[in-house]
Ligand binder design. Structure first.
Ligand SMILES: [Zn+2]
Length: 610
């Protein structure tokens, strides 16, 4: 068996790679697939390939000036080649190797060598970005309380050397000194953190026996953790307007003190206090600092959430109520409130209360996606949500969940009806839950899906068959588009985005047969549930199907005879003049056997009590 240049694809596609063309000299690779694209119009024939270095594989293309390497048919599936000239292309997160010159090393093709996996260009991205961040710091914009008081900045080294605090920082040699938030303690004071402002509170005025004043607080977050930082008096004027939620800052020279955790739900034993020496600089390069981490609870799952819990949710803003002013019975103070409603693709809606200034100046467009962190669950109206002082709201965040919800809302959510949590009996678990479970027979008997609006229910079933043909479609790679693309001249065209992609993203449209103890039914499965059911992305499945029939078959086989909790949206449609019900799978969850047993015991108990 020939030895391939294992690791060469990873080296070529490593995201920080300065010169991918030279990353690996003359790598030896195996061709796993050759696909000839017929000439179209003036365009000559093209050859699409899948190449492997034994560890990774990637999609590839023979540059058309090199077609003669292919045309004689000597290079084929299984061929071992030396790739003498190449370029590394990247389409979104997928790699494409463009082969400019190639040499056939052996006359006879070989069996597939090794068990190569799709090469992932982004795995090395973080490292490269950190290196770039180090160079970018000195060009950042610096802010401070007062410019020109250099005598107490710059670490005391060069008094009078710089006109502003910024000069002190840039001379110190930036990223070298970037500290992790989790490493901060009161015992060291020379540090700079690079952190995202994930929350900025309103300015608060206080008054007590000692006097009065004002303060504000922000929550800062990096890869290692989060920390609260508070500014008082003059620091409010100097720094409040510097911070914007979502932006990244270099922060240094603050007091580190023990956190007063009773006033905060920021997870850190320490907190920062800005003083007159504190330096805050906006970082232009912010990609290596994480966005807030969310642990989203679906709106359906709110029913299983305890009252007063603080949770993260994401949903589409469906309705915006007016601001109302109320008077607190306890304090006789008046306060303002606005209620909005959110929906998500579990088919549920929930009300969210927003308070005070945030309620008054709420200017988010309907149909935006809201990601909320740390909102409180109340049992008002079954289940509702309330913003807390420390809660954060991101509008249309660049998160996968948000893009998914946008797509769902545009394609079907806008016209759906939603369940609310009202009238749910919070006292007893099980029997009164609004999640409706139906067997195949029950759905038939009750004409589920034949009403004017779609019906939602949960079905515990086992997959018995997945249609092999057309399991996925070629989709646009633009975030949130997912429209079908058509192949033309060896590339894939999205009419909506007016973009041509070298390779599409494949998305599932599975037709599955599923059954329970009462009967059999057909389910339509789309990309998210499809990934769960098949256990891989449609893009990977498609590639497998092209070059490795047997592992494709075993993947499909494995997906059979698995049991799931399917959340179904059933709606009537007319097909060839005959009305029939389409069962669209909104989600497929692994069965939680403990919860399922509790549910069944509750049903059994209902019989017992009669
Ligand atoms: Zn598109």
């Amino acid at each position: 068996m020939t030895k391939l240049s294992g690791g060469s694809l990873a080296a070529i596609f490593a995201a920080g790679c300065e010169n991918p063309k030279e990353a690996w000299k003359d790598p030896i690779m195996q061709i796993l697939l050759v696909k000839r694209i017929e000439p179209q119009g003036k365009n000559p024939e093209r050859y699409r390939i899948v190449v492997s270095d034994g560890i990774h594989f990637t999609q590839g293309m023979i540059a058309s000036q090199s077609n003669h390497f292919m045309a004689d048919g000597k290079i084929d599936k299984g061929s071992i080649v030396k790739v003498k000239e190449y370029e590394a292309g990247k389409v979104k997160d997928k790699s494409v190797l463009i082969v400019l010159a190639v040499e056939l090393l052996k006359d006879t093709p070989e069996e597939k060598i090794g068990d190569p996996k799709q090469v992932m260009p982004d795995s090395a991205a973080e490292l490269a970005q950190q290196q770039r961040a180090a160079q970018a710091t000195s060009t950042s914009n610096f802010y401070g309380n007062k410019a020109g008081n250099s005598s107490r900045s710059a670490g005391g080294a060069g008094a009078g050397a710089g006109p502003s605090r910024g000069a002190g920082q840039s001379s110190r040699g930036p990223a070298a000194g970037v500290a992790a938030i989790e490493s901060l303690s009161p015992y060291q004071n020379r540090w700079t953190i690079k952190a995202r402002c994930v929350y900025r509170g309103e300015i608060k005025n206080w008054k007590n026996a000692k006097g009065d004043g004002k303060l504000f607080a922000v929550t800062l977050m990096d890869q290692t953790g989060e920390i609260k930082a508070t500014g008082f008096g003059d620091q409010v004027d100097a720094l409040y307007h510097v911070f914007e939620e979502g932006s990244v800052y270099y922060v240094s020279k603050c007091k580190v003190q023990i956190a007063k955790r009773q006033f905060s739900n920021v997870d850190n034993d320490y907190e920062l206090v800005f003083d007159r020496d504190s330096e805050v600089a906006k970082a232009e390069d912010d990609e290596d600092v994480p966005m807030p981490k969310y642990n989203f609870v679906t709106l359906e799952a709110l029913q299983n959430t305890d009252k007063d819990a603080q949770i993260d949710v994401i949903g589409v803003l469906k309705e915006i109520g007016d601001v109302s002013t109320m008077t607190s019975k306890q304090s006789q103070k008046s306060f303002t409130k606005r209620e909005v409603s959110l929906v998500d693709d579990t088919g549920y809606t929930v009300k969210l209360a927003i308070w005070g200034k945030s309620a008054e100046k709420f200017e988010v467009m309907p149909e935006s996606v809201l990601a909320l962190k740390g909102v409180k669950v109340s049992d008002f109206g079954g289940r509702s949500l309330s913003m807390q002082n420390s809660s954060t709201m991101q509008v249309d965040p660049d998160l996968e969940e948000a893009h998914r919800l946008k797509g769902w809302f545009a394609s079907e959510g806008r016209d759906s009806n939603f369940h609310n949590h009202q009238g749910m009996n919070t006292g007893t678990a099980g029997a009164n839950r609004p999640t409706v479970y139906k067997t195949v027979q029950q759905a038939l008997d009750e004409n589920v899906g034949f009403g004017e609006n779609a019906d939602f229910y949960t079905f515990k079933g086992t997959i018995s068959y997945i249609k092999n043909e057309n399991h996925s479609y070629a989709a646009c790679r633009t975030e949130g588009c997912s429209k079908k693309v058509t192949e033309e001249n060896g590339s894939w065209r999205c009419e909506k985005c007016s973009v041509n992609w070298p390779e599409p993203e494949w998305r599932y449209i599975l037709t599955c047969s599923a059954y329970d103890h009462t009967g059999q039914t057909w389910l339509n499965v789309f990309d998210d549930a499809g990934k769960a059911i098949i256990g891989t992305t449609a893009t990977d499945l498609h590639a497998t199907q092209m070059y490795d029939e047997s592992s494709y078959e075993s993947t499909m086989k494995k997906a059979n005879y698995q049991s799931w909790m399917f959340r179904i949206r059933a709606q009537q449609e007319t097909y060839q003049d005959t009305p029939r019900v389409r069962n669209r799978v909104l989600s497929a969850q692994k069965i939680d056997y403990a919860a399922e047993c509790t549910r069944l015991i509750n049903i059994i108990n209902l019989y017992g009590s009669q």
